[in-house]
Design a protein around this ligand. Structure first.
Ligand code: MTE
Ligand code: HPA
Ligand code: MOS
Length: 749
């Protein structure tokens, strides 16, 4: 089935926040932000802006009737800075005017006096100064101290990974307006409508039931709107409440880039020990996460880095400690993979280091240490239905790892100024929110009198195709034509207390809730059909718009059945509630069963380096991916390709850079380069692993949103291998992204 949004996307009819027809009297907001990264606010004078023609209001911390607090996990983040500013671009005020241009001009009239304080942007420096967002976390297995004695080889190193700008096509924004009796409705571009609802209620000092949040779709989120959409929704709501007028606030691209948090940069130290037979015996690492100025989702992201610190390998003795460091940068946040990619890069760097020192291909070490059935993860969960070995074998069978390695070596022999490099990237990614309580969802399904169906869930459509998948679940469970089904907007009054659409589990959680509701409705309707037809309901089914009896079409159509059921006063609406079974995790002991299942896959990447220019391209990426039983292979392949491109971008060309004063330098699309069609791999071949999907996956179709991003990590090591082929004295270092500038330096160092 095609993505139900394709036509409206390509014809420009899909509605985003900025496309909502505005109500009469709508006003426009622009955020005034801190010009410095750290300081005491001595003066914030908004009078110049307020007196400007066309300006209807300027709102600051003192205008907040409720609590000036939007922290998601811990309450450490204000909506508007009041006494101190802690990052460059931190909101100080919202200027509201008759149009955006006037509001922007008025911002320039605001006068501040901020006493500068020391700016820290480096996570290790912050850690040394004791500036941590939360206490450090450690995951352990085996006995790391004894393990070193059993190692034939021990290697150490240091790694850096950079930030990443989400660059959703639709920037952050919200439109807030009053309903009857001063209730407020917010149209928000958020992955987490309930977080918006809760925070707006707290900011306004009103109960949650007075705030309605509605989301049609997002022009991309990628984690950047898991909780960072909240601030702008709260600001629009605050102004709307004060002015009693509709207020729209859409961030300009450049403001979005400088104000919002990104993927967390990590700095890390590792130590890896191997046996003579190249089994990894011990792995020790310390992660320094650059959290930015407030916790945001950093603690949960830190946890996921630990969960994925051994990627798809079994390592009997491990000790990994992670620090979430408080720096004067915009609070960093969720980004596809949620800390997993950072953790995986470090173990891959450790393996690359060992491979270099021992002069063996990294793939040999990777293969020897792949996770096997019933191996315990370092967090206690025992690995079941492990497919990583199968993915590896299938990749080899389909593409020939040795054959490709031979082609690369031959090319490198024949060419002086062009070199190729290859790398393998296995991935094992856990599916579920690592916070147990978030693994729940609800769906509300209405069958209307005419037989058409409306489905509401907590899922947010952000391009990943979750609405299409939920429509498929409904269609398959009720056994009716997809044309009869409509997926409604995500609205907090129809489906409440939602988890954000994140952790790749949007389709699993909301799809299961939809399935539960549809099964109930189907049962009820079959029972009704039984009494209409006067036969035992056990003989009946719904098939293709008709009731069937013993597999043969009866004279009762779906429409007739629904209509009769309604006349008979049978309830045609149902709410389904789903909570993922068996997941738990004890933070004290760092042990448990946090994931419903894992997604596996292996990628092989071949890069082609121009050794005069330092530029590179990717010739091909071959992937074997474990989709389970994909319910929509076109959508899922799209997720693999998009995530791969995003992963390669993070590892190669995307370089978030701040100056020492904490000001974003890569603040536009001319200074921050994202992959485009020209930098996409020349060839991407992805083969689905033929295996049965697990039960907690919706229709046994595994979650797919995040895992393939990590295939992109192989890009770094492929380029590194190409550099080695040109410059034998290059000692591999681990400082991502591997930009062309860095490549050039390494070719001739
Ligand atoms: N795909 C598109 N097109 N746009 C997005 O914003 N977000 C990714 C992924 N794929 C994203 C996307 C992220 S970060 C997650 S967690 C999942 O989609 C969320 O959706 P799902 O849970 O329905 O897979
Ligand atoms: N993944 C994504 N988002 C989250 C998670 C997670 O594990 N936990 C809390 N928010
Ligand atoms: Mo995705 S980073 O879990 O929104």
């Amino acid at each position: 089935m095609k993505n139900i949004d394709s036509i409206s996307h390509v014809t420009g009819r899909s509605l985003y926040v900025d496309d909502i027809p505005v109500r009469t009297g709508t006003l426009y907001g622009v955020v005034f932000t801190s010009p410095v990264a750290h300081g005491n606010i001595i003066k914030l004078d908004t009078s110049g802006a307020e007196s400007m023609d066309g300006v209807t209001g300027v709102f600051t911390a003192k205008d907040i009737p409720g609590e000036n607090q939007i922290g998601g996990i811990i309450p450490d983040e204000v909506l508007f800075a009041d006494k101190k500013v802690v990052f460059h671009g931190q909101p100080l005020a919202l200027v509201v005017a008759k149009d955006e241009f006037t509001a922007r001009k008025a911002c320039a009239k605001i006068v501040t006096d901020i006493e500068p304080l020391e700016v820290v942007t480096d996570p290790r420096e912050a850690c040394n100064k004791g500036m941590l967002l939360v206490p450090p976390s450690t995951f352990r297995s085996g006995d790391i101290h004894k393990a070193w004695d059993q190692c034939a080889h021990i290697f150490e190193g240091k790694t850096e990974t950079g930030g990443q700008e989400h660059l959703y096509i639709e920037t952050q924004g919200a439109y807030a307006y009053l309903m009857e009796n001063g209730h407020i409705k917010i149209r928000s571009s958020t992955q987490g409508p309930t977080h918006v609802q809760k925070s707006a209620a707290e900011i306004l000092g009103i109960p949650m039931h007075r705030v309605e949040v509605d989301v049609t779709r997002l022009g991309g989120g990628f984690g950047g709107k898991e909780d960072q959409a909240t601030a702008y929704a709260c600001m629009a709501a605050l102004a709307a409440m004060h002015l009693q007028k509709p207020v729209k606030l859409i961030l300009h691209r450049l403001d979005d880039m400088r104000m919002t948090g990104k993927r967390h940069p990590y700095s890390a130290d590792f130590r890896i020990g191997l046996s003579g037979a190249l089994k990894i015996v011990a792995y020790q690492a310390t992660f320094y996460q650059n959290g930015g100025a407030a916790a945001d989702l950093s603690p949960a992201i830190l946890d996921r880095s630990l969960f994925h610190s051994t990627n798809s390998y079994f390592i009997p003795n491990t000790e990994v400690t992670a620090y979430s460091c408080k720096t004067n940068l915009p609070p960093n946040t969720a980004f596809r993979g949620f800390g997993g990619p950072q953790g995986m890069y470090i173990i891959e760097a450790a393996i690359a280091k060992a491979a270099h020192e021992l002069n063996v291909p990294a793939s040999v070490i990777q293969e020897k240490n792949l996770l096997r059935e019933n191996d315990p993860f370092q967090y206690g969960q025992v690995a079941k239905n492990v497919h990583i070995g199968k993915c590896y074998q299938m990749l080899d069978k389909e593409f020939g790892i040795k054959k490709i390695a031979g082609e690369v070596a031959f090319f490198n022999q024949e060419n002086v100024l062009h070199k190729k490099g290859m790398a393998l990237m296995p991935v094992c990614f856990g599916i579920s929110f690592t916070n147990k309580s978030m693994n729940q969802a609800r769906a509300l399904v209405h069958i209307y009198q005419d037989g058409s169906v409306g489905v509401s869930t907590g899922a947010i459509e952000m391009g990943q195709g979750v609405n299409t998948k939920i429509l498929q679940v409904t269609s398959r469970t009720l056994n009716i034509d997809p044309e009869r089904i409509k997926i409604e907007s995500t609205n907090t009054t129809r489906v409440s207390n939602t988890s954000p659409t994140a952790a790749s589990s949007g389709a699993d959680l909301n799809g299961k809730a939809t399935e539960i509701a549809c099964i109930q409705l189907r049962k009820r309707l079959i029972k009704t059909a039984g009494s209409i037809l006067g036969v035992n309901p056990g003989r009946l089914a719904i098939y293709d718009g008709w009731v069937t009896c013993d597999g043969k079409r009866s004279k009762l159509s779906w429409e007739k059945l629904v209509k009769t059921a309604h006349l008979e006063r049978v309830c045609l609406s149902e709410q389904g509630h789903y909570a993922t079974p068996f997941v738990h995790f004890n933070k004290e002991t760092a042990k448990g069963h946090p994931f419903a299942y894992h997604v596996y896959g292996v990628a092989l990447l071949v890069t082609h380096l121009d050794c005069l220019r330092g530029t590179y391209r990717f010739d091909k990426v071959c992937i074997v991916h474990d989709f389970g039983n994909s319910m929509n292979i076109d959508i899922d392949m799209g997720q693999v390709e998009g995530a791969l491109a995003q992963g390669i971008g993070w590892m190669t060309m995307e370089e978030v850079s701040y100056d020492k004063e904490g000001k974003l330098l890569s603040n536009s699309l001319s200074t921050y380069k994202v992959p485009d069609i020209f930098s996409a791999p020349r060839q991407v071949v992805c083969i689905p692993l033929p295996v049965k999907g697990p039960k907690p996956a919706i229709l046994r179709s595994k979650a797919v949103g995040e895992p393939p991003l990590m295939y992109g990590i192989g890009a770094y090591f492929a380029i590194q291998n190409a550099i080695k082929a040109f410059n034998p004295s290059y000692v591999p270092d681990f400082d991502a992204p591997m930009t062309p500038e860095k490549v050039l330096m390494r070719l001739y160092q």
